[in-house]
Design a protein around this ligand. Sequence first.
Ligand code: BDR
Ligand code: CA
Length: 315
Amino acid sequence: MKKRKLIIDCDPGVDDAVMLALAAAHQEQLEIMGIITVSGNQDIEKVSRNARDLSEFFGMKAPVARGMDRPIVRKPLYAPETHGEDGIGGCVLPAAQKTEIRENGILFMRKLLEEMQPEEKASIVATGPLTNIALLLRMFPETAERIREIVFMGGSLSGGNVTDAAEFNFYEDPEAAKIVLHSGVPLVMCGLDVTEKCTLTRKQILKMCQWGSPAAKLCGDMLGYCLENSSEKYRGEVSVHDAVPVLYLLHPEIFEGGHKILDVDCSEGTARGAVLGGFRWWKNETEETNVYVLTDADKKKFQEYLITSLYELAQ
Ligand code: BDR
Ligand code: CA
């Protein structure tokens, strides 16, 4: 079977880290061309170091390049309360041998896309603010044709997690989200509507720590950190938001969704970062939609596929 070409744009981040482990476990199906980092859960220095250390630890040879160190308009905001000061819940892992690509992440992404054979296209999985991808599409609009689809974790049709209205990745850089939403590139949105249903339980996380492999223990410890620091809302479970885009590429049949016309609020008001639209269903039937939005998942299957993948990686 021909491998799917994949570029990962991320801000690790505990759930980004689990996403990397999941992708690493499926390198027979996924050709991971490169990993680009973006300021988000922590500053660009920390997330870039995490991306190098984690990808090497999980056995991925993919090169890592550093993208934008801030959102397009506003100052960066980090999420230490969820991911810890180091972005990976205080977990320690060996420093990677691999060094970072010296080229800026946006230019590197362009190079990866342009160096493919003319008939080839790559998918992009984005699990941080959409800053790098928005700037890529603005600076080099011709690259849009080389992108099969962008599957991103971000946004929500059902309330936010940073503010009442906005999800973290969209709140962090709504201007970037707006550029991507209007880019014309095929988009799949994995927002809180679906990712909050994609959880692991305390018991599953504890078990993972007992498998006896360093990779499993690392994932278990990081998720355990989130579990201890998450609010009552999650009732003893952790949403593994960023694993959803990769699992969608591997197992689209476990998700439900619909085509919608969406926009994002870029005002300075209380709705900054909120997803707009999607409710007037008749519009989606008569006008051209811009996003396929995941709205539901088979939670049991999500858990089964994620746990099995991490288990296989650990062996
Ligand atoms: C998103 O915000 C980040 O903290 C997570 O890594 C995920 O990408 C969830 O809202
Ligand atoms: Ca993330």
